[in-house]
Structures are given as C-alpha cells and as structure tokens.
Design a protein around this ligand. Structure first.
Ligand SMILES: Cc1cc2nc3c(=O)[nH]c(=O)nc-3n(C[C@H](O)[C@H](O)[C@H](O)COP(=O)(O)OP(=O)(O)OC[C@H]3O[C@@H](n4cnc5c(N)ncnc54)[C@H](O)[C@@H]3O)c2cc1C
Ligand code: SF4
Ligand code: SF4
Length: 621
C-alpha cells in the first residue's frame, strides 16, 4: 500500500537517484566524496543512473536557508576528516580560515556579583582572589596553566562555517555531478510500502496556516532510491523519522544548547594573533561556556553556549552574550570592536546517546542529527563531515555493485563503516562525560575531566531528564532572590508595558543595563537587522507551530517567549504566544526549550519546528 499523500492534482513529481536534505558540513563530506566518483575523467558515467539510464546518478541536495553559506557555528576543529578529504588543503583559498596557533582555557570570575553561583563556587572564587598574586590571574580571570588533551585542537583549523560551506559547495558543484538548491526547504519524507521513497518540498503561495492563496505551488515530490538526511540538530525530516521509527532502545535526546555568537572586527590596537583560541567557563552564569577564535585580518568569532541543564526558566542567550563580552577579560580584546555579523543556533548535545536509526530502507542519517557531535571535545563539524564521507563510501560501494538501498545493505555498507571509525570510538568516550552537570556545575566539570582523562572509563553519574521535566517555575528558580509577590508585580508590569520579563528579572538580580555603543553592543532588534540581516520571503506557512493552544494558555513559564533568539515569539494579544516568521533565525531553540511535554510523548515538547525558508543572511557565521 502506498502512503504517498495526495491528492493535489497539480503536484509535480521528479525521479532522481539520490536526494539529500540540508547542506551543512555533514552533507559537504557526503557530496565531496560522492561527486568525485560519479564521473570518469572523460566525463562519462562511472556508475549508471537508474532514474535516467545512460546518465550518471542524478543527485540533488535541498538546503532550506537562502544560501548554502548561511549556517552558524564556531569553528575550531582538529579537521582530521576534512584534511583527509582535501590532502592538499590550501587555507588561503577559504576566506577567514587559519591554522590553530595557540589555545587557552580561562575561568571567568564574576566581576559584578550578579551571577547565580553555588556556595562552593563562591568559596573557590574567594580563594582565587586571595591568592591572585601567586596565580596567573588578570582581568578577573584565571588562565588555566594547562589545556586538557581532550580539548586540544593541536594542528587543527579555524574556520567560518559560512565561508567553509560556500567553498565546499563551489568545489562540489564544480564537478558537475551534483546540484545544490538553497532556499528550498524539505517538508517531509515520503513513505511508500514502509520505505522512504524521497521527500516532499514545502508548498509555496500559502497563507501562514499553509492554506493555498493566489500563486499556490504545491511542493514537488522528489522520488529517489536513496534519501540522505543531514538536516542538523533540529531538522524536521530527521525528527519525523524519529517520531515514526522511535529511537534505538535506551537512546534519547535530552541534552541541548543554544550557541549565540558574533563575528567582530577587532580594534586596530588588538594584539591577538590569527589562530588564537580562547575557551571560557564560569561567567556570566557558571553553566555558560564561551569561545573566542581569531581569524586573519583582525576578525574574531566569539560566543557562548546556553545549555539545557542551565535550568533558568527565562534563559536568554542574547543578553548573556553581551554580559560575557563585557567581562573584563574579553572586553580588553573586544572594546572598540565592530559587529560584522551575529547568529544563534541549537546544538544537539546528546551525542552517541541520541543516535537515531542510522539507516533504513531507502534512507541514511548523517551529521549532528545522527548523534555525531562530541560534547567532551566540543566538536561537531569534523565529526559531521566524517559521517558524510562514510555514508558516501557506502553508497558508492552499493552503486558499483548495483545493490539496492535496503536497510540491510546500508547497515553493511555505511553503519558498519561508522562503527569502526574514530567518530564512534570518541563518541563512546564522550557518552557520559556531561552527566555530572545534571547535579551541578562543579560535579559536571569534575565529570568531564574524569571522562576525558580516563578515556570514558570513569564518569560522574547523573540522571538526565527532558528539558521540560527539569525546568522549575520562575517562582521556584528565583525563590532565594525574589519573592513570589514581587515576581507577580514584575510580570504584570512587563505585560502592561510590553517589556521582556527576562530583562526585568536580570535587572532585579543585579545585572547592570548594557549600554549600547551602536558598534558592537547593540539592541537585540538591531542585531537582527545589522548582524543577522534576517529576512523571510512571503508565501510560506509558519514553521514554528504551537501544537496545543490549550497547554500554552495554562503554561506558567512561557519560556518560549523569553528565550527566543530572534524575538520572533512574543506574548501577542492572546493566551497563545504569537510567532513572526520574518524575525525567526531558525535556531530551533524553541523546540527544546518549551516548558511543556507533548501529551503523546514525554520526550517531545508542545512546539513543532517545521521546514521553512528565510532566517539569517550572513555568510560569516
Ligand atoms: C555557536 C556555535 C559554535 C560551534 N562551535 C563549534 C566549534 O568550534 N567546533 C566544532 O567542531 N563544532 C562547533 N559547533 C557545532 C557544529 O556547528 C555542528 O556540529 C555542525 O554544524 C553539524 O553539521 P551538520 O551538517 O550535521 O548540521 P548543520 O550544520 O546544522 O547543517 C544542517 C543543514 O540542514 C539544513 N536544513 C535543516 N532543515 C532542513 C529542511 N527541512 N530542508 C532543507 N534543509 C534543511 C540547515 O539549514 C543546515 O544548513 C558549533 C555550533 C554552534 C551553534
Ligand atoms: S509553547 Fe511551550 S513554553 Fe511556550 S507558552 Fe506554549 S507550552 Fe509554554
Ligand atoms: S522562533 Fe525562531 S528564532 Fe525564536 S527560538 Fe524558535 S527558531 Fe529560534
């Protein structure tokens, strides 16, 4: 029985051999490897297409963002997989790329007294301050004398993900063997007789609810023998597969983070050398890690990670990013700098434990959505790339011998390759590395060190829960600092004046107002316009959907409003929050931050995040 949906009479169909979802580093690795082997040097097919006999296999890749270089990431990477794909890699060909020169890990103390520190951490801070003349202490920060080997990126690369993706895309398309289509979100996988038979693209010419309007163009069905899914941490195609197939026994996806970052022109006086890597922890909240990487041309990439185990029900990344930049240790480098671009994006931090079914009849999963990101080494790009390479090697093996893309064949040709690869081995080492954070920051840091130094043999135990189950109410979270009556008053005032609650609560807890300089410290709205250049073309349905308005109506936290990276979710004038797709940067953070579990699945939240167009328009993030 076919499960292909209809009947939209004018829905078009196209047959190809391989259809790919998303163009991030994982798909870069897949298409780089595949495209080199589809044609012989004289341009004739090395293997034959089934969709178009006599031709090489037809390979199409659809990317939802308006350009293939609009991703968001760090990136410092050991680059083992990337270098293996490009043994003669010439970094001067990739704008903003540099070899890693110098790495430092820095513990940031709280210079203003507003950070929510445990008594243990406060005691540690007092000791450090008392002994500061004996320690490498400067600018309210302690330089750790040693970078643990599991964090080190010796011989590695600094990249801008946008520039790197553009460079890879041009190499891949230059082969003539593959087409990449940006600005084309995939809506859903097509199921046929229990196998994935391709994908459906999103409808165009609709209202915000997806109802046809003038100029309606139903999304095309792209039928393919193989669908390669590399749609990243919050990708809707991967998640639809998970909803249907479930995760393998014992696996779950409960650990997330939102990474928020800026790309900055450093001041002329900057003494930071290209290739410099700074990792920070301890401030603005102890749970928030930070990074600063220096590219050539006095340009830096800097940002923070706000993790799901930071249990604040108003966790906002934008304001915390500004307080982090203003820490004296970072401000000594950033003061006088200028914002070039800005962005935020979710990371899937469950790693190997969040691994879905990697292959099935007609599909394979690659990249972060396939559980490749390593939370111990803080590394996802090279891991994602390598899973793409392994998938391509498996696919080529099957194409050459003319075997179909069945689950059994893909398990043998792709999954088996993955099981003996370094991504898998290191993923196992990292598997329990962050469990300690479910009990507190200090036990989390100790757990990471233990797991890293013992190659995963010892770790701090901890019980992970889906974010919605961990999240306290605002009243519970602020119990020691603000009484419930005052919180009620602040809430009322914010609602009446249309102000953001998280800002008011942070102000009340002693966080100083950020004074905007119009250059680097700008309002959130200005960051969207200046730094993110956020846009969304008309004629598409909303991609963020509040699935259960009745649950939103009774939701006490409404964290989706407070944490939205683009201020795209607002209180609106109804009990259900309002969504403005023209401000959405597709970071995906609302998906896992929502405070309420899905009624049918406690591991999901009450928000749906679908394939959609638009978002950030910066090729530097
Ligand atoms: C702020 C930040 C800093 C980071 N720093 C580092 C670092 O220093 N080092 C490191 O190694 N890693 C870092 N990472 C992690 C790294 O960026 C990811 O692990 C990596 O990008 C994963 O690659 P991917 O190809 O699997 O997914 P992605 O890069 O997420 O790519 C997936 C692509 O699929 C597209 N897509 C999604 N849905 C659809 C759809 N429906 N239709 C079509 N296309 C779709 C997306 O637009 C995206 O382009 C960082 C991440 C962030 C956010
Ligand atoms: S989407 Fe989730 S967090 Fe937002 S109001 Fe609804 S239930 Fe609450
Ligand atoms: S609405 Fe958009 S910008 Fe806001 S959290 Fe969700 S995905 Fe991110």
């Amino acid at each position: 029985m076919t499960e292909l949906e209809g009947p939209v009479s004018d829905r078009q169909t196209m047959d190809v051999d391989v259809v790919c979802v998303g163009f991030g580093p994982a798909m870069g690795g897949f298409l780089t490897t595949l495209s080199r082997c589809l044609l012989t040097p004289d341009g004739t097919p090395a293997v034959e297409s089934r969709a178009m006999p006599g031709m090489p296999p037809q390979v199409l890749c659809y990317e939802r963002a308006d350009d293939i270089g609009f991703g968001v990431s760090g990136v410092v990477t050991r680059g083992r997989g990337i270098r293996q794909s490009f043994p003669d890699l010439d970094l001067s060909q990739i704008p903003l790329a540099a070899p890693v020169a110098h790495e430092t890990v820095v513990y940031l103390l709280d210079p203003i007294g507003a950070s929510r520190r445990s008594p243990l951490l406060r005691a540690a801070d007092r000791c450090i301050r008392a002994l500061r003349h004996l320690l490498p202490y400067k600018h309210e920060a302690l330089n750790l004398p040693y970078v643990p080997p599991f964090l080190r990126k010796d011989g590695g690369l600094l990249l801008s993900i946008g520039q790197f993706n553009q460079w890879v895309g041009s190499q891949v398309m230059g082969t003539g063997a593959v087409q990449i289509w940006p600005g084309t979100p995939v809506a859903k996988p097509l199921w046929e007789d229990g196998r994935v038979a391709g994908v459906r693209l999103t409808d165009q010419g609709t209202d915000l609810q997806g109802r046809p309007e003038a100029g309606f163009l139903p999304g095309m069905d792209i039928r393919a023998a193989l669908t390669v899914i590399g749609d990243g941490p919050v990708g809707p195609i991967g998640r639809q597969l998970d909803e249907r197939l479930g995760l393998p026994e014992g696996h779950h996806r409960r650990e997330w983070a939102v990474g928020a970052k800026v790309v900055v022109d450093l001041p002329e006086s900057s003494t930071l050398e290209p290739g410099t890597v700074l990792h920070t922890f301890g401030y603005p909240e102890p749970e928030i890690f930070g990074f600063l990487y220096v590219y050539p041309g006095r340009i830096a990439s800097a940002g923070i990670f706000v993790p799901s185990w930071f249990d604040s029900p108003v966790r906002t990344s934008y304001r915390y990013l500004q307080h982090w930049m203003l820490h004296p240790y970072l401000w000594q480098h950033l003061s006088g700098g200028r914002l070039r671009s800005w962005g935020a994006k979710t990371l899937q931090e469950s790693g190997r434990r969040g691994e879905p079914h990697l292959a099935g009849d007609g599909f394979v999963r690659i990249g972060e959505g396939s559980g490749s990101t390593n939370v111990l080494t803080g590394s996802g790009v090279d891991e994602a790339w390598t899973t793409g390479v392994l998938a391509a090697e498996g696919v080529l093996e099957l194409l050459r011998v003319g075997q179909p893309f069945t689950k059994a064949n893909l398990e043998r040709a792709y999954v088996a390759r993955r099981r003996v690869n370094w991504v898998e081995a290191e993923g196992h080492v990292a598997e329990k590395a962050r469990d300690g954070f479910t009990r507190g920051v200090v036990s989390g840091l100790v757990g990471m060190a233990l797991a890293g130094l013992t190659r995963g043999r010892v770790a701090m135990p901890g019980k992970s829960l889906p974010p919605a189950k961990r999240l306290p109410t605002i009243e519970e979270y602020y119990a020691a600092r603000i009484g419930p009556e005052e919180i009620a008053r602040i809430r009322q005032d914010c609602a009446a004046r249309g102000l953001s609650l998280h800002n008011a609560l942070m102000d009340r807890c002693g966080w100083p107002a950020v004074s905007y300089d119009g250059q680097l410290l700008v309002s959130h709205q200005d960051a969207l316009l200046m730094g993110g250049k956020v846009q969304a073309p008309p004629g598409y349905a909303d991609h963020v959907v509040f699935l259960y308005p009745n649950l939103c109506e009774t939701c006490g936290t409404r964290i989706c409003i407070e944490m939205c990276s683009g201020q795209a979710i607002t209180a609106g004038d109804k009990a259900v929050p309002a969504f403005d797709r023209e401000k959405c940067i597709h970071c995906g953070a609302c998906l896992w931050n929502c405070a309420v579990s899905h009624p049918d699945d406690p591991e999901r939240s009450a928000i749906e995040f679908r394939g959609g167009t638009g978002g950030l328009h910066s090729a530097e993030n």
